[in-house]
Ligand binder design. Structure first.
Ligand code: GRF
Length: 244
């Protein structure tokens, strides 16, 4: 359901089953990759999908307002009525919508509603920023090569939940952040940008997460700007070109 930024937030009820990142499913497939929009002369119309605090959303919106990212912040969508991050959208005057996954019988039905909402707003690019749902081919097929995600680890290390906890438990000396194209598998698509941080002896999950998060806020706008400028191309899994 679409809820304008000034409106109240209403939860869809009934079904439970918010699932965080789940088990990778389906065949190993290359993403359907068409990273150019039809008209290069128009700025990309960006939707940002969140589930929680929205600090990456804030970083993206700040980059846009400071002229570091050539995009129109078209819509912010959350699947969780409780997501505090939508406040960032309000501050930047960006429309928001709550599309509660609990109102839908499955992932495909949810994604179909998401696609309809995004199309209503003429969105052409989708940034997942702490969005805790696996997306399906219904969404990916509607925006081929235009759905991005950020993950708080150097993929392919430590996909899934609690990436910082995983890095500490494994004894990694370096971790970081990854921006990647989304495909049908969790935290798996072609990598656009990465940034590394050290893991220090006295790190806790929280201190490591904070160090990584600072890099996330720098990295995500940069990666989106590379996409916005065009010229990215895929060679196998390698994303080439489009350097700022
Ligand atoms: C970030 O660490 C991001 O990498 C992960 O979820 C977290 C979202 O944080 N996917 P925020 O909501 O952007 O503050």
């Amino acid at each position: 359901m679409f809820v304008p930024s000034t409106g109240s937030v209403t939860a869809r009820s009934a079904r439970s089953g918010s699932q965080l990142a789940g088990t990778p499913r389906g065949p190993h497939r290359a993403p359907d990759f068409h990273p150019r929009r039809k008209r290069k002369d128009t700025p990309m119309k960006l939707a940002i999908l969140i589930s929680g605090r929205g600090s990456n959303l804030d970083a993206i919106l700040r980059a846009i307002s400071e002229g570091r990212l050539d995009a129109v912040p078209t819509l912010v969508v959350t699947n969780r009525p409780s997501a505090t991050g939508v406040e960032h959208a309000g501050r930047h005057g960006v429309p928001t919508a709550v599309l509660d996954h609990r109102g839908y019988p499955g992932r495909e039905a949810y994604d179909a509603a998401m696609v309809a909402l995004l199309r209503e707003h003429a969105v052409d690019t989708v940034a997942l920023a702490g969005f805790d749902r696996l997306v399906t081919p219904v969404l990916l097929g509607a925006f081929p090569g235009r759905v991005l995600n950020i993950h708080p680890a150097l993929l392919p290390a430590f996909p899934g939940l609690h990436a910082q906890r995983q890095a500490l438990a494994y004894g990694a000396r370096v971790s970081g952040a990854t921006v990647h194209f989304v495909d049908e598998q969790m935290d798996h698509g072609a990598i656009i940008a990465q940034a590394a941080v050290p893991v220090l002896d006295d790190d806790t999950e929280e201190t490591l997460a904070a160090r990584i998060l600072a890099e996330e806020h720098r990295l995500y706008p940069l990666a989106l700007q590379r996409l916005a400028r065009g010229g990215l191309r895929l060679a196998g899994r390698r994303v080439l070109g489009g350097e700022p």
